[in-house]
Each structure stands twice: as C-alpha cells, then as structure tokens.
Design a protein around this ligand. Sequence first.
Ligand SMILES: [Mg+2]
Length: 202
Amino acid sequence: MKNILSIDCDNILCDTARAFLKYYKFKYWKEVSYDAIRHAYLHENEEFSEFDRWREAYYDFFVWAHDTWVLKPMKWSQEWITFLKDAWYELHVVTGRLSKQLDFTQRRLDAYFPNTFDDIHLWSDMTDEHITKWVLCKNINAKLHIDDFIHYAQEITVEDIPVIILDCPRNNHQSIDSSLITRVLDRSIITPDFVHNIVNAA
Ligand SMILES: [Mg+2]
C-alpha cells in the first residue's frame, strides 16, 4: 500500500480567497480588494467581523462558487500537483466542507486536476460528527500534510504527522514552534524527493 500525502484545498489547490471576494460582492454588494485580505485570514479581517453567522455563509459560498465555476485553481497548482504525484504516494485532499458538498467538490477537483487525487475527505465543525482536520489526517493515516494555516498544522503535528506550510502573507508573520513543520517559501521546491526526506525524517 502506498503512503498517503494529504493536501489542503483552499488557498493551496484552489484560489478560495479570491473567489470569496467575488461572492461577497455578488451577495452583499460590497467590494473588498484582494490586497485587503492577503495579510489575514477571512475570520481575522475587520471587514467580515460583523458578518453574522459567517461560517454558514462560508458554506453557502462554496455552493455558489462551485456552481458558477468562480472557484479556480491556484496559479501553477495544476502542473505542480501532477509533478508531485509519483509512484510512492496516494494524493488525498482534506478540506473543510459539509458532507453534502462532497459531490460538487469532487466534480470540480476532477475537472481541474484530472486523475490526480485518490480520495477527498471533508471535515467540518458544523456536523454531528464534528470532525476536525487533524482527526481526519490521523484516520486516513497521512504520512505528510500540506497546508497554509499554521493553526491546523500545529494540531496535526500533535499526531506526529509532519506538515509542510506554504508561506504566504497570511501566515508568514506567525511563528512555528514544531520541528515537524517545514515552512516552504516556494512551492516548486516540493518535489517527490523533498517529500520523501521529510516523511523519512519524521
Ligand atoms: Mg487552506
């Protein structure tokens, strides 16, 4: 059986922040620049601080973004992920969606990344299962996870699963205090060999 490498979807595979701004404009008639959200996560942004029940709206956003194809792949993510898929790994997507959103999530990822992912796993704190990202990574026996959110990375490393954090303006001011987290400035260095070395060292 191949090792499993799990990958976050939002702002790693798909440009979710940019799509969210389009949704916000469509739904609330308010324009927020991409620059204004580059340096903070959506829930940290002042603009959205009064966004009542924003988590529910976030899931509504996913329905809209998939229906309209506004959710696009990140620049270079398609060729990058194809390069990463080598004989040693199964690639699994681990992302925050409601379980009823699996179907369209799968269809879009299949369209953007054909024959790439072996499985897609959804986590959500809004369901009865109340499953978190770190529990999912543990349950699927991931040997490595790739994310942009340091909070999740720190939770996942408690299970001794190493994490690669892709550096971006939202996270590069946050410190990392685990030797199991590798911060990467340029995703092009994440080659199969680079992944093997991290997995073998963990
Ligand atoms: Mg993310």
